[in-house]
Design a protein. Structure first.
Lengths: 393, 373
């Protein structure tokens, strides 16, 4: 301990040597990094101090000073002070089985080649699962990983900004009215409490063409409305749905539009609620001050309201993107069990479940780890961006 | 639009109501437009002299009256636009619900008409009768609605109540008690929130299949009892309760458990109600886990909805196998959209009713989770 302190003192107390700016920059960085290691070293040493000979002796001396307790009494006291463990025990046990163990298992099992979940047998370790998942070479007729990844990313990065922008517009409108504000708020919040599968099925009926190609019975509500503007009926969700083909990748744009409309509809209520309550909690003094200064309504919106609710907007973007990466049930509700035709509307999570049901858990594990890494990368960038933006409060 | 209205075949009173609404809307808009025009015209007329200055004189003069009127015109225009925008949004938000409800009572023939009706010609309540007495497709094992409803209610209640107990005692320990490694454990728990839940699902699926727990209620309840987020939320709530209350209770000889039951739970009741509701809704909406681990008789209500419904009673029903709504013209395997909409209503309407009655708690729970972040 002491020699360590002396060491730190030597760094701090050393006469600062003059360098030129360029060298000084690196010297500063170097000293800071060294200090970080010294700190960690000291902390670790402090922690293990009680296990050293000197530490044990010190503890013994301290025990001798205090009241002498029998072994039973000491145990009883320990039980009393540590009884918090009893309270967290149920949660801890459940989490150990259903949360902590699965994380470790996922990391280990994804490197087992040809893993069978029934027998637990596998033939050797390696990154075979990852290679096969990324190449789409799983040989089981299941979903294609690249297709699922592209679908998920495209859907998320189109629908989340779109619905946030729309929510912002609605929240501003809602904030500027006085009469029957509550009624509008309630109706707009209704879609929050819905079952994605059920409402997905309802949305599918808006777009569905029923009947044969020669004799359509109904072309669906959306096609009828588009027909007023002279647009020919489009098979939005069916087998002949239009798509672009990019190599082995297919971009079913009609289905994308349907999915994006559903996601905007279902994502709006939460976003409106958050933005609206944030706007309501802005101090009215700012607006009064702006009025005195003769700011226009538009200026007030962009110079006061927008910066004040920036934390909420970035929060919504972050949670929206996180949720979007995990979308699944809405796709099933809209396009059925196979996620479109031959999984052309598959999502990342849909990919995992597809391979669990096919009994190929090795690929599912590998896919889930890749999903985890992607989410971590997005979180990292989100943190970088939001840290810059959320300094207003 | 007019052909839509005319062919909608709505009952007499509905037509009357719609006509009245449309006329009222037209009259209101005419009044508003006239008002606006008058104001604009007035604002162009020379204003009276104010004091010694003639404010209307010259191009550079500042016309207070006119500015005021223009301001009012602008205000009304803005309001009309805002209300119009909000009304369109509200209609679009509500349209799927309306469509779901009217489709569920239409006949299949009416549903497939090339021009859809916005109000059913005939109410066919037998659609509901049909889905209640039908077992889901035999490919998934087959289950009746009664069985599914019992499953969902039992699992929902048990998992909500047990989960609440676990959450409350864990949150209490983290908020009020002192034990070695408390902060490390809490940090570890919070860290698991970063990891997508799908990562757990795969391993959990293997665990429960190896433990032979498939096809039971236990497997639907156990893995989701602990919710780290709710523990975190409740712990923060508990920590807001002043410490002096705890000391007072201790002086009065209340144990830790007694303090939790008699002081903390009543004080945090709103949060607890929010958590209960959100958890129950979560169980009601669960889809993938029941589908993975259980076969049809043990599945939940959302799994029931995704199975197709056909125009024929299944052999297991007491009403026999031959009974159909449309005389069998839709065949034995074609899934009918009207029947599906009836099933969708059965899943969605309880949620809507819950929302209408408990709006305050649900909104509070949601907005609370929103302001974190």
């Amino acid at each position: 301990m002491e020699e360590n302190n002396a060491n730190v003192g030597a760094i701090a107390g050393a006469p600062p040597k003059k360098h030129n700016k360029f060298v000084q920059f690196f010297v500063d960085r170097g000293l800071r990094i060294k200090g970080w290691f010294v700190d960690k070293y000291t902390a670790i040493k402090d922690f293990f101090y009680v296990f050293t000979k000197a530490g044990r002796a010190e503890k013994k001396a301290r025990m001798a000073e205090g009241p002498q307790l029998s072994r039973g009494e000491r145990f009883r006291r320990g039980l009393k002070t540590q009884s918090g463990w009893l309270f967290v025990l149920p949660a801890l046990l459940l989490m150990a089985v259903f949360t902590f163990y699965p994380i470790i298992a996922a990391f280990i099992n994804s490197f087992k080649q040809g893993y069978s979940d029934m027998t637990g047998k596998f033939n050797g370790w390696g990154v075979d699962n990852f290679v096969r998942v990324l190449n789409g070479d799983t040989g089981t007729g299941g979903a294609s990983f690249v297709q699922c990844l592209v679908n998920t990313l495209l859907l998320t990065f189109i629908s989340v900004p779109l619905s946030t922008l729309l929510a912002l517009l609605i929240a501003v409108a809602l904030n500027s009215i006085k009469r029957i504000q509550k009624a509008y708020q309630t109706i707009l919040f209704l879609p929050y409490l819905t079952n994605a599968l059920a409402m997905g099925a309802v949305f599918a009926t808006f777009f569905k063409i029923i009947g044969t190609s020669s004799n359509t019975e109904t072309v669906g509500l959306v096609n009828i409305v588009l027909g007023w503007f002279g647009v020919k009926p489009i098979d939005w969700v069916g087998l002949t749905s239009p798509h672009w083909q990019l190599g082995s990748l297919s971009i079913p744009w009609a289905k994308y539009i349907v999915a994006i409309i559903y996601e905007v509809w279902s994502g709006l209520p939460f976003k409106i609620l958050i933005l609206f309550s944030a706007m309501q909690s802005i101090n009215k003094q700012y607006y009064d001050a702006a009025k005195v200064d003769g700011a226009s309504r538009w200026t007030t919106l962009w110079k006061i309201t927008a910066p004040m609710i920036m934390p909420q907007i970035s929060y919504l973007l972050v949670t929206g993107i996180m949720g979007g990466m995990k979308q699944y049930s809405a796709i099933i509700g809209l396009f059925g069990d196979t996620m479109g035709q031959d999984y052309d509307m598959g999502t990342m999570v849909g990919y995992l479940y597809n391979y669990i049901e096919l009994g190929q858990t090795g690929y599912a594990f590998a896919g889930s780890l890749i999903l985890f890494i992607i989410i971590m990368i997005i979180t990292f960038f989100n943190n970088k961006i939001t840290k810059k933006r959320t300094t207003y409060r | 639009m007019s052909d839509l209205l005319l062919s909608s075949g709505a009952g007499g009173w509905v037509v009357a109501l719609m006509v009245i609404l449309v006329i009222a809307g037209i009259i209101a808009s005419i009044i508003l437009i006239v008002k606006l025009f008058r104001m604009v015209r007035e604002s162009k007329m020379p204003a009276a002299k104010v004091g010694v200055w003639d404010l209307s004189a010259g191009d550079s003069g500042f016309d207070a009256e006119r500015e005021k009127r223009m301001e009012r015109v602008r205000h009304i225009t803005k309001n009309v636009l805002v209300y119009l925008f909000l009304t369109i949004c509200a209609v679009l938000a509500f349209l799927p619900f309306y469509w779901m409800i009217i489709s569920s009572v239409k006949t299949e023939t009416e549903f497939r008409e090339s021009v859809p009706t916005f109000f059913p010609h005939t109410f066919q309540w037998k659609n509901y009768w049909m889905i209640f007495h039908q077992t889901t497709s035999t490919a998934r094992g087959g289950a009746t609605f009664q069985q599914i409803l019992i499953n969902t209610l039992v699992v929902g209640l048990l998992s909500t109540l047990l989960g609440l107990v676990v959450i409350v005692i864990t949150a209490y320990a983290f908020a009020r008690m002192d034990f070695k490694g408390k902060n490390a454990l809490f940090g570890l728990m919070l860290a698991t929130m970063m990891i997508p839940g799908e990562l757990f699902t795969i391993s959990n699926y293997i665990t429960v299949s190896q433990l032979q727990m498939k096809n039971s209620y236990t497997v639907l309840i156990l893995p989701f009892l602990v919710s780290v987020y709710y523990i975190y939320l409740l712990r923060n709530n508990f920590m807001q309760i002043p410490n002096s209350l705890y000391q007072a209770a201790k002086v009065d000889g209340l144990s830790d458990m007694g303090y939790l039951l008699k002081v903390m739970i009543p004080l945090t009741a709103p949060t607890l109600i929010s958590i209960t509701l959100l958890r129950f809704i979560g169980t009601w909406n669960s889809y993938i886990w029941p589908r993975l681990v259980n076969t049809a008789p043990w599945q939940m209500i959302t799994n029931w909805v995704t199975g197709g419904f056909v125009d024929r009673l299944q052999p297991t029903s007491p009403w026999g196998t031959d009974w159909t709504l449309y005389g069998g013209i839709y065949g034995n395997s074609m899934s009918l959209d009207t029947l599906k909409m009836a099933a969708v209503c059965m899943v969605s309407l309880p949620l809507l009713i819950l929302f209408i009655f408990c709006r305050r708690y649900i909104m509070r729970g949601v907005s609370k989770s929103g302001t974190k972040g």
